[in-house]
Write a protein that binds this ligand. Structure first.
Ligand code: MLT
Length: 263
């Protein structure tokens, strides 16, 4: 791991392998370790970079509201600090996908390809946004475990819960140890994220859309519609997985990513 200093944050970053850059952006409220199987395997052919986003994991810099725009800007600053000038592949899961949309909107020239895992293009409904803001207040008072326990049942497919108990437990621990201020800031940021649906036809770079068969947060039907709306996308369903497909079925997901990157 290395520490990379941004203007107003220090990011903890995994940076392994050499070759074309694959930047992996984690979901909420997780850290770079959700990509451990991609870091291990794909670094044989790629430079795989997986930061803890500001405030998450061992990174600093949480703000009262952590917007998806701010996180996308952090990613370009990170690339600058690492001296990476060539267009990259950005792969984001769920909240990482919300960051990917903003990266495309704000820094398209730095993007060669997109991989969107288990994410959504729509904004929160008013009710969902209100729920996030209430949860942000509760987390600041009661701690992060209420979010961890509420989210855990939605992250993994039933088979994964039975057969990958260690992975599920490790994920629970990562969530529980995320600072309440970060969780609250990201909840506020996600609540105000923009609706990307009308932009999808303009995102014409090669894109791979990956979705776990049993994802209950970003469903297969919803993600198929995203892939259909993108002019240059293919859709890949991960059999037997839930929302955490790259962690639940790493070999399948890694094979899909490799196949996409050599196309
Ligand atoms: C995630 O996995 O990043 C979250 O489910 C995103 C969200 O809460 O919308």
């Amino acid at each position: 791991m290395k520490t990379v200093k941004l203007r107003d944050a220090m990011l903890n970053v995994a940076d392994v392998g050499s070759g074309p850059v694959l930047l992996l952006v984690h979901g909420f409220p997780l850290d770079h370790s959700m990509w451990r199987f991609q870091l291990e395997a794909l670094s044989d052919s790629y430079r795989v970079i997986a930061p803890d986003l500001r405030g998450f994991g061992a990174s600093t810099g949480a703000t009262e509201t952590i917007t998806m725009e701010q996180l996308a800007d952090d990613m370009t600053e990170l690339l600058d600090e690492l001296g990476i000038v060539e267009p990259i592949t950005l792969c984001g899961l769920s909240m990482g996908g919300y960051v990917a949309w903003q990266f495309w909107q704000r820094h398209a020239s730095r993007l060669a390809r997109l991989i969107l895992c288990d994410t959504r293009a729509i904004a929160d409904t008013e009710e969902a946004a209100r729920g996030r803001l209430n949860m942000a207040e509760r987390v600041l008072g009661e701690g992060t475990s209420i979010v961890a326990e509420a989210m855990l049942p939605k992250l993994f497919a039933e088979t994964s819960v039975r057969e990958q108990a260690d992975t599920v437990e490790a994920t629970r621990q990562v969530m529980r140890s995320t600072a309440p201020a970060t969780v609250a800031g990201a909840l506020r940021g996600m609540a105000q994220r923009s609706d990307m649906t009308s932009e999808l036809p303009n995102i014409d770079i090669p894109t791979l859309v990956i979705c776990g068969e049993h994802d209950v947060i970003a469903t297969v039907d919803e993600m198929r519609l995203i892939a259909d709306a993108l002019p240059n996308a293919s859709f890949f369903e991960v059999p037997g997985s839930g929302h955490m497909a790259p962690l639940e079925a790493p070999q399948t997901v890694n094979a899909a990513i490799r196949d996409f990157l050599v196309r």
